[in-house]
Structure formats: C-alpha cells, structure tokens
Design a protein around this ligand. Structure first.
Ligand SMILES: Cc1cc2nc3c(=O)[nH]c(=O)nc-3n(C[C@H](O)[C@H](O)[C@H](O)COP(=O)(O)OP(=O)(O)OC[C@H]3O[C@@H](n4cnc5c(N)ncnc54)[C@H](O)[C@@H]3O)c2cc1C
Length: 431
C-alpha cells in the first residue's frame, strides 16, 4: 500500500512540534512521508522576538535549522512560501524563491494526502494610515532584526551627538498587549546594558517609551490585579501609559491620536491586534473576519476533512461561542492533539476533540520582574504570582517547546550551554 504524505505548512510554535512527533513516529518507520514547508530556513520561537528585537537574545544562537532538524527527526524539509491550494488535486503551490531579482527556485507544486496549515498570524494595523510605512512590526525574525538594527543606529547617532544631548530618545509602542509590554521593559534593559558597553551619552532616564492602548486597561483579558501590577512596574521604569487612546495615523516621526495629540517619536512599533495572513481567505476554505480558518474541534477544516489547521491561524471552537486564544500554549497543546488525531484518521479510528487547558498567563518585564497567574487544575480560579517563581514558569514554556523538538537530554544540554554563554558572550547583541 502506498504510504500517505502528510504536509505541514509552517514550522513555528505548533507546526515544528507536530512535524517532530510525526517524523519520529511515522517518518522513521516509513509509515508515512512527512514534509515540513516553511518560508524561512530556520526556526525561532515567536514569543522570543521582542528579545531578538532589543538584542537581549541572539537569534543566530537560538535559531534551529529546519534542514538539520529534519534529518535527525524523520521528516523532510521544503523551503517555500505557500501561495495557493488545489483541493481537488490535493496539491499546494509554493511561490518561487528569489534572491533580490534572481530566481533561486521556480514555483513548485507538492502533493498531499493530509495537509496541516500552521502558518501563524500577522499584526493587524486595521488600515491605520502610515502604520505599514513608519512602524516596525514583530511578526518575523527578519522584522525583529530590522528593529534591532534601527534601534542600534538611533542609539549610535545619539551617542555621536556633540555636546551630549539633553533631549530624550523616544519609542512609541502601539498596543499594550503582552508583546508591547514585554518590548517596553526589554528596551529599558537593553538601554542599561548599552550604557555599560560604552553608549555613555544615553542614561536610562533619557529613554522615553510611550505605550499606547485603545482599551481602558492594560491586559484587559487577564485579571485586573495583573494589569495593575504590570502598569506600576512599567511606570517605575519610566514608561508613559496612554489608556483609552486610539491611534489614527502614524507619521515619520510622530504618532497621532484620535484626540489630535501628536506624540513625537524616534521609533514606532505596532503591536496592537493580530489576524491570520490575508491570502488564507482566498484558499476556498471558510474563514472568520480576521482570516482565521474555521475548524471543527478535531482541528479539521469545516470544508475539507483532509485539511487540518492549528495555532494562531485556526479558529477552533471553545465553550459557548468562543474560540481558542492565539497563544503559544494553545499551539503546543494543539500539536499534541493533532498528532493523535492524524494517526487515528489514518487508522480509520475516531478522532478526539481538542480542549484548551489554560495554565495561566505570564508577562516578562525583562530582568526587572515577571508577573502573571497560574490556573489551578481544571478550576477557573487563578493564583497570582510574581518575581522568581513567575520568571521560572515563564521560562518553562520555552523549555517545554525545546523539549518537544529536541528531547529531554538535548534540552538539558542547551540549558547548560545557555548558562555558559552568559559568561562567554556579551549580554547584548551589539552588531
Ligand atoms: C513578541 C511576541 C511575544 C509573544 N509572547 C507570548 C507569550 O509569552 N506566551 C504565549 O502563549 N504566546 C506569546 N506570543 C504568541 C505566540 O508567539 C503565538 O501564539 C504562537 O507562536 C503561534 O504559533 P503558530 O504555530 O500558530 O505560529 P508561529 O509560531 O507564528 O509559526 C508560523 C510559521 O509559519 C511560517 N509561515 C508563515 N507564512 C507562511 C507561508 N505562507 N508559507 C510557509 N510558511 C509560512 C512562519 O515562518 C513560521 O515559522 C507572542 C508573540 C509575539 C510576536
């Protein structure tokens, strides 16, 4: 009997974990052909991007080569960007790979028996004039690196000013969700480190961060106590928080708010809201208003029983009229459910429903603090935590991801190497 081909598009928080499990179990035993497709050659866990953006984390050290990982985990890797789907022919098209104007690989077509879409989400700027042109986004490692280079150049210009500037260096962050908040804190951490690496013109109190949020509270989806504690900590660092403030336009050096105020900024970052990539709504599958593909609780598309969707780009039902939140924790849990469901489907057995277990939410405020809540078992009551304990649980989410893709022993070794690197390398990526 011909072995089936499972193609997973998107090697992110969920997709890479899924393909690793499938490859180790089915690929190595030649029971199925497992193919991972990603537009990038390497993987970096998306919740680390704000650290890549400030240089606190070196993407070169933390990235995983798909090609190498595929070889040791029983799957194959195809680099390419999904651009079209032919459900009748059970095939998908990948856009040509270009290097500038030069075509490295022409467009290709891949056949699948089962297809998994795990291509994540992008920021939603809601069509705000000037946002695409003048804001940085943190949707991909390339964008995070772009922000880091721009930030270093801005600091360098500031450092070179004679006499020492008495003005502030201002960063505007639009959107005070976890990404915006964590980035704000990391900026203060990075500024402190840059000062110790010789950028002495810039004192931490000369960095000004405006955190702009349209809703009336910070982290409105979490218990009020967490938003309040985070707000206090950010203000003590020097962050100015603007609540109930809608941004109507972004200019080259200013952010314009609905009440006509213009906040002058040296750098602007957009981190308000997400949506699935626009092209998903053109694949012939049912989507929600924010392009997320509608799936049954088995993670199967409601239109095609051979197409599965997981992570940020899936609209998976949860509770009464709700859907699973777009979080790394959810993508991690869905990868495990989908692994079992794909095997059940191949064996002609019934598939199980996915239920999201919320273990809590943690916000990292660089080395200054970590704040959040842990959920107690299946109850909806949560336990407020902060400080070292919160930092431990925050870090453990990434370690769980590493364990899923490398196994326990290699993750232990990586932890040791990370510790050693703290002594061997500068704490900030400076080039
Ligand atoms: C700065 C930041 C901090 C965050 N912090 C947290 C946190 O603390 N806790 C938490 O739970 N969540 C956090 N999140 C959200 C979390 O990162 C996402 O929910 C999670 O990564 C979603 O996983 P995914 O597998 O759906 O997609 P992703 O991890 O985004 O992976 C998508 C993959 O698809 C690939 N891809 C995209 N388009 C295509 C295409 N057309 N063709 C081929 N490949 C494609 C991408 O290269 C990528 O590898 C954070 C997000 C950001 C940006």
């Amino acid at each position: 009997m011909k072995k089936p081909t499972i193609v997973v598009v998107g090697g992110g928080a969920g997709g890479l974990e899924l393909v690793t499990k499938l490859g180790r179990r089915l690929g190595r035993r030649k029971q199925a052909s497992i193919v991972l497709v990603d537009r990038n050659a390497t993987h970096i866990w998306k919740p680390l991007l704000h650290e890549v953006a400030t240089g606190v984390l070196d993407s070169g050290v933390n990235e995983v080569s798909y090609q190498g990982h595929a070889l040791s985990n029983g799957y194959s890797f195809q680099r390419g960007t999904l651009c079209n789907l032919d459900r009748e022919a059970k095939s998908l098209s990948l856009a040509p790979i270009m290097d500038g104007d030069e075509e490295i690989l022409p467009s290709r077509t891949l056949h699948y028996d089962y297809l998994v879409l795990a291509i994540g989400s992008v920021s939603n700027d809601f069509g705000t004039p000037g946002a695409t042109q003048f804001c940085h986004f943190l949707d991909s490692p390339q964008q995070a690196e772009g922000f880091r280079k721009d930030m270093l150049n801005t600091f360098l210009r500031y450092q070179a000013s004679e006499p020492a500037p008495d003005s502030t260096l201002t960063v505007g962050i639009i959107g005070a969700g976890a990404t915006g908040i964590e980035l704000a804190a990391e900026l203060y951490e990075a500024t402190g480190m840059l000062h110790s690496y010789g950028f002495t013109q810039l004192e931490s109190d000369q960095l000004k961060v405006h955190l702009i949020e349209a809703s009336p509270a910070l982290l409105g989806m979490l218990p009020e106590r967490i938003g309040n504690a985070v707000g206090k900590e950010l203000e003590s660092l020097g962050v100015t928080i603007h609540l109930n403030t809608r941004v109507t336009e972004v200019k080259k050096d200013a952010i314009v708010t609905a009440d006509g105020e213009e906040l002058e900024v040296d750098l602007a970052v957009w981190s308000a809201g997400i949506k699935a990539p626009d092209f998903l709504s053109k694949l012939g599958l049912s989507v929600e208003h924010n392009n997320r593909i509608k799936v049954h609780d088995t993670l199967q598309s409601i239109d095609d029983e051979n197409i599965f969707v997981l992570g940020d780009c899936a609209s998976c039902p949860q509770g009464e009229g709700g859907s699973v939140p777009p979080r790394a924790q959810a993508a991690h849990q869905q990868a495990s459910r989908l692994y079992s469901n794909l095997r059940a489907r191949m064996a002609g057995k019934p598939m199980k429903s996915f239920t999201f277990r919320d273990h809590g939410s943690l916000i990292s405020l660089a080395h200054f603090d970590a704040i959040g809540n842990l959920m107690r078992g299946k109850s909806t009551r949560s336990l407020f935590i902060e400080g070292h304990l919160a930092r431990f649980f925050y870090a453990s989410l990434y370690r769980m991801h590493q364990r899923a893709i490398f196994g326990t022993i290699r993750t232990g070794l990586i932890i040791i190497v990370d510790r050693l690197n703290r002594y061997l390398k500068p704490r900030l990526k400076l080039h």
